[in-house]
Design a protein around this ligand. Sequence first.
Ligand code: GTQ
Length: 343
Amino acid sequence: MQSLGTLEDLPQSYRDKLTELNLVPLWPNMRAVLPHKVPSRKTQTLNWRFDKLRPLLIEAGDLTPIEKAERRVLVLANPGHGLANMQATPSIYMGLQLILPGETAPNHRHTPNAVRIIIEGKGATTIVDGEPCIMERGDLILTPSGKWHQHQHDGGTAIVWLDILDLPLMYQLESSWAIEGKPQTTTLERDKSFAEYSAAGVVPEFDFQRASVDSPMLRYPWTKTRACLLEMAQHYGDRPLRITYVNPETGSSLFPSIGFGAMMLRPGETLPIPKRTTACVFHIVEGQGSLKVDTNDSIHWTEKDTLSAPGYTEITISNASTTEPAFIITADEAPLHRYLGIF
Ligand code: GTQ
């Protein structure tokens, strides 16, 4: 690889004239933006341990009333991207949200797509365009771009969930904005997904119409995903037990930006994840084990932890238990990479 001229090679007077006209010479910066063969990555491998985080989130409940927060969230910020930029990966934002009994996170809508993964607590509902989605451990609740959503909590103890949004991408595109709305009234008794998409290939006889919308299913219950993985384990020999969350009408990813998946690690299993272009995040629903990225030291994880890893790496994920399976939900930027032709 040829070494290129530096900025210092150029006379100061010339550099000043370039700056004056908002011009920059490419060659001193060429290798920074087009590194040889492997991209530079800011995403660091990291575990946001729930046991460390939880007390601070609960403390936020004392320190900041919901009226002063709109959303009471501690953001899982990857230091590689700069903490203030609130990014877990180039396109993924993650945060832990707390709602106390009786509180409502008020109605709003925004351009970023969002998914919540419930971590603990019961009795909360996210109302999405009038559709109330009940929130239980491990469920994925979608609030797609532009849809009104408010969270209300009628349960007896605090509820905590993980928010995953394509906010950094929208922000970079100068397209991230929100508006606040009046409180929603529910137009249904419960979410439509319950009846319309609870079993593949079966729909209610009356009033069902194939949706033409991008996100016909707003709630993906964990109990179904977990049962599916356990069923696969019966028939898959030693093949990887991984599923992808899809739009049930089209088979495409939940969002054009972020793709979601889940995996089960058998007792004692070590799963190599083939090298891919996309950064990835992992949320541990059940179990304990370790994550190894390239030749770095393994990182230990346990239930309710959330981890990140950069793309273009060999990732190995191991279940430390020899008796219990582990269950993990993943999110990555694969749909976007595929669209761009770089996956
Ligand atoms: O619950 O609507 O973590 O709008 C960040 C922005 C959660 C939400 C976040 C949001 C929300």
